[in-house]
Design a protein around this ligand. Structure first.
Ligand SMILES: Nc1ncnc2c1ncn2[C@@H]1O[C@H](COP(=O)(O)OP(=O)(O)OP(=O)(O)O)[C@@H](O)[C@H]1O
Length: 356
């Protein structure tokens, strides 16, 4: 898996998204920094409500009322800060620059038009001149996903199964040749075998076309198959981010460890799988200060109640956890030749930059 350096980078900085609730606006995504390196696939995992879809919508500046982007930027190479785009510029960017498969894509097709008609509408609305080539490309993508392209294009959505509609959604996200592709739960309506096939095709198309891809999923196992990097979200924060095999192989954040421990095993000792105790926070139950994960954490310290941990990057891995920082400092202090400043625990933005 070699990343394509000509693909666009995506830089999310200080992103905060709030939703209006009866008790005021509350953050679903809080001050998130996340870079998608050019030509890589980044998986985003986390329990329901952790903010994955909200973060992904920001790549298209598509957060809908009662939500809004309250702060931050989403810079995409060749496009600029998407948060600043509006009107016609934004409409053109969607589909052309950023392809998107929405969660429940299988339900988002127009029931009154054939898939082929919707494909042509999409092409025309983006000024595609060679509509024949567009249809050819669509058929090719559908065939790769195991479908009869001509038949599918002649069908209405009710004539297709949920899994077929989901694959149509993936085709529509890829067919305009967008260089940034966001897939929100792309395989939920598919059985296990088809999921694996679709993710393999996503990987192939990603490599062939030199894309930068974000894949949101609940399925930690599936993401290991397809992603280069993994971001773990909890309570609207990215609590850990790094190369997928490293994050899954030696998770540092207690939440990542809990998520991995909770994966049911198909072989070996089934009793080793342990559900993470407690429940993820909702917008209303998110603590106003301190670490959002502390109530469920097995490494909770006093500082976690009052100070929110700042994401620190070491050895290409970003983790937001006081306990991990404390342990790393012990190691750093034990190692000869390490700068004394590494033991400074002051959680400031300046410090974050220094590590990043
Ligand atoms: N339209 C909305 N109005 C109010 N709150 C919302 C709205 N959409 C999302 N939220 C809240 O924002 C938080 C993040 O939701 P989001 O859908 O981004 O999470 P998610 O990780 O994608 O969850 P899932 O895996 O279930 O899709 C949740 O607490 C959710 O209840």
């Amino acid at each position: 898996m070699t990343a394509n350096p000509t693909a666009p980078a995506v830089r999310v900085r200080g992103l905060t998204v709030v939703y209006k609730t009866p008790v005021g606006e509350l953050p679903a995504v809080s001050n998130v920094d996340l870079t998608l390196a050019p030509g890589t696939i980044t998986g985003v995992v986390g329990e329901s409500g952790s903010g994955k879809s909200t973060l992904a919508l920001c790549l298209l500046n598509a957060v809908q009322s009662p939500g809004r982007i309250a702060a931050g930027s989403v810079e995409i190479d060749g496009l600029g800060d998407v948060v600043e785009l509006g009107g016609e510029e934004l409409r053109r960017a969607r589909g052309r620059h950023v392809g998107y498969v929405f969660q429940a894509a299988q339900n988002s097709l127009n029931p009154l038009k054939t898939i082929g008609k919707q494909l042509l509408d999409l092409g025309r609305s983006h000024g595609v001149e060679d509509l024949r080539a567009l249809v050819r490309d669509a058929k090719d993508l559908l065939a790769r996903m195991g479908m009869d392209g001509a038949r599918v294009l002649d069908s209405y959505q009710h004539e297709l199964s949920g899994g077929m509609r989901q694959r149509v959604g993936i085709m529509l996200a890829l067919v305009l040749n967008a260089k940034v592709v966001v897939l929100d739960e792309p395989t939920t309506a598919l059985d296990m075998i088809t999921q694996a096939t679709i993710l393999r095709i996503v990987r192939e198309v990603h490599d062939e076309r030199g894309l930068t891809t974000l894949v949101i999923t609940h399925d930690v196992g599936a993401v290991a198959e397809v992603a280069d990097n993994l971001a773990v979200m909890y309570g609207g924060r990215v609590v850990e981010h790094g190369p997928v095999m490293e994050v899954l192989g030696s998770p540092r954040h207690p939440y990542t460890r809990g998520l991995i421990r909770a994966i049911p095993r198909l072989s070996g000792d089934i009793s080793l799988a342990r559900a993470l105790p407690g429940r993820p926070p909702t917008l209303g139950t998110l603590p106003a200060a301190g670490c959002v994960f502390r109530e469920r954490c097995d490494r909770r310290m006093d500082v976690c109640d009052t100070v929110e941990p700042v994401p620190l990057t070491r050895d290409g891995r970003t983790v937001a956890c006081h306990a991990v920082d404390a342990a790393a400092d012990v190691d750093a202090n034990a190692a000869p030749g390490v700068a004394a400043g590494a033991a400074d625990r002051t959680p400031t933005t300046a410090r974050r930059k220094e590590y990043a």
